[in-house]
Design a protein around this ligand. Structure first.
Ligand SMILES: [Zn+2]
Length: 209
């Protein structure tokens, strides 16, 4: 049974983190495992490049997602309708194959009294996406964090993505997308609120303006 959104919210213990040299050595081992020669010219700098890429792919471990939501605004003239940020592109990696998961997240909440800067919602998505993930947990962690910190009337997170471990290996099924959602508070209990959210999601995008 998965403990969605529980254990890996907190930053992992880093006491046993290997050195950069050890990480580069591990890449050389994988290059040899693939059947190539890590000493040939074209692969000479590959271990250091891969380690730098890993720093970027997994920089979410360095971020506390809750702290991103601490600064809020309460002067909202009584605004008490859904706030939706949609089509937040993200890149993550599946924890089973280290293969990319590329997709879009839609994040909505119904504020109680405080709103947060919209870029912060996108940064929460990145803070969890830039870790080793499964999509179900990614979805739940984003929703639970917003719910815990902002204490809104409700939170909805919908994620659509393509998993390269499914498109480029294994069953080789390109064009398949996976959709997950987490509905909390009024988005779970009130079908009118959920319908309103779906209507907002189905509107044409305003991105070109
Ligand atoms: Zn996978």
């Amino acid at each position: 049974m998965l403990e969605l959104g529980m254990s890996s919210d907190s930053l992992p213990e880093n006491d046993n983190r290997p050195s950069r040299t050890e990480a580069e050595q591990a890449v050389r081992t994988l290059l040899r495992w693939a059947g190539d020669d890590p000493t040939r010219e074209g692969l000479h700098d590959t271990p250091s490049r891969v380690v730098r890429a890993y720093e970027e792919f997994f920089e979410g471990y360095e971020t506390d997602p809750r702290s991103l939501l601490e600064r809020t605004f309460s002067e909202v003239e009584g605004y008490d309708e859904i706030v939706l940020l949609r089509d937040i592109r993200f890149e993550s990696h599946c924890e089973h194959h280290l293969a990319p998961i590329i997709g879009r997240a839609h994040v909505a909440y119904l504020p109680r009294s405080r709103v947060v800067g919209i870029s912060k919602l996108a940064r929460v998505v990145d803070a969890f996406a830039r870790r080793l993930q499964i999509q179900e947990r990614l979805t739940a962690q984003i929703a639970n964090t917003i719910n815990d910190v902002l204490e809104p009337h409700g939170v909805a997170v919908i994620i659509e993505s393509s998993h390269e471990c499914m498109t480029t290996r294994g069953v080789h099924r390109p064009g398949v997308s996976m959709v997950t959602s987490s509905m909390l508070g009024v988005f779970r209990t009130n079908s009118d609120t959920r319908r309103e959210l779906m209507a907002m999601l189905n509107r044409p995008s305003a991105c070109e303006y």
